[in-house]
Design a protein around this ligand. Structure first.
Ligand SMILES: Nc1ncnc2c1ncn2[C@@H]1O[C@H](COP(=O)(O)OP(=O)(O)OP(=O)(O)O)[C@@H](O)[C@H]1O
Ligand SMILES: [Mg+2]
Length: 314
């Protein structure tokens, strides 16, 4: 975005435990164990249940900014702490399905058949290996041709919305629905924006991550004015923050200056563990619950849950 300047400012520091580095007897392993306990034990953190089903589309047409990683880890964070979550994988790459341990080879019931109206969401949803509260409608490679197939269909922008408004979804009764978008602004992303109440935009803490954001926001405005007036950008999530680079701090400050309180206080650090987890069909919360990456995604999930609750009572 050309209009964005880069004032410098401190990054948001997140305390990770009550027992800190300066306390006598502190060890890194102890800190890790404390984090793992918080991440894995639902009784240590109670997340408010939203009063209405929240449908959140995770979008950014720029590739590789952390859409899928954020979708699956936020979903897992909410699910591990008692909320029922449905993830719709709307990217033919099927990365969210992989990370959630859900089969997505060609031929399995998937979001493709749901968009065509052949099956309902409940028929396509599979339980994730990551939590009993977590369900995923997988994407298979069949979805790759769907943008073209959808063009000739009736109400082509509203296919996902229609599918999510069905009784089948009421049977699953998710508190949260997350829709993981492909890196484009095509018909699949438009379907996700029409179906949602909220947009979550992950922004990578790198210079080029800001480019193209204006185009995404203009597209969201177009959907708002023509197809879904209730849609709003509720959440900005800074991802892949590398504390060793000055640029990461600059981008963080810039995004906060531009988006204000929409930006979550929690920033997701760049971490090898986060990128390894999908290779084991896991989220970071189960792959390495004691890591800072796991803690930060749980903190982000908590912020999202608490903000939703605040908004409803405000
Ligand atoms: N916090 C992080 N630290 C390190 N690596 C990360 C982090 N978040 C994501 N990655 C890695 O960066 C790559 C891109 O992430 P991801 O797939 O989530 O982005 P995406 O926006 O969904 O990409 P696409 O546009 O292709 O769908 C992946 O290899 C992922 O494992
Ligand atoms: Mg992705």
């Amino acid at each position: 975005m050309g209009s964005l300047r880069f004032p410098s400012g401190p990054a948001d520091e997140q305390p990770v435990s009550s027992f800190g580095r300066d306390d006598i007897g502190w060890t890194p392993i102890m800190e890790e164990a404390q984090r793992a306990t918080r991440v894995l034990h639902p009784d240590t953190l109670e997340l408010p249940r939203p009063t209405h089903r929240r449908i959140i589309t995770v979008a950014n047409q720029k590739g590789g900014v952390g859409k899928t990683t954020s979708t699956v880890n936020l979903a897992a964070g909410l699910a591990l702490h008692g909320l029922k979550v449905l993830v719709i994988d709307l990217d033919p790459q099927g990365n969210a399905s992989t990370a959630l341990g859900v089969e997505h080879r060609s031929g399995v019931p998937s979001v493709y058949e749901v968009l065509l109206g052949e099956i309902n969401v409940a028929d396509a949803a599979a339980q994730s290996t990551q939590s009993n509260n977590l369900w995923c409608v997988p994407a298979t490679i069949d979805l790759a041709g769907s943008e073209i197939e959808l063009v000739t269909m009736v109400a082509r922008e509203g296919r996902l919305k229609e599918a999510l408004n069905s009784e089948a979804v009421d049977q699953l009764a998710p508190d949260y629905v997350f829709v993981d978008c492909p890196p484009s602004l095509g018909l699949l992303t438009v379907n996700a924006l029409v179906a949602a109440h909220e947009v979550l935009i992950p922004i990578q803490c790198e210079y080029y991550a800001l480019e193209g954001l204006g185009q995404l926001l203009r597209n969201i405005e177009l959907v708002q004015s023509h197809l879904n007036p209730a849609l709003w950008v509720s959440t900005i999530l800074l991802t892949m923050y590398d504390g060793r680079t000055k640029l990461a701090d600059q981008v963080t400050a810039e995004v906060r200056a531009h988006f204000g309180d929409l930006t979550l206080r929690t920033v997701i650090p760049r971490s090898v563990k986060i990128s390894e987890a999908p290779g084991f069909a896991q989220t970071i919360l189960t792959y390495d619950p004691g890591s800072r990456g796991a803690m930060s995604y749980l903190d982000a999930a908590r912020e999202i849950a608490e903000r939703g609750a605040e908004r409803k009572t405000a």
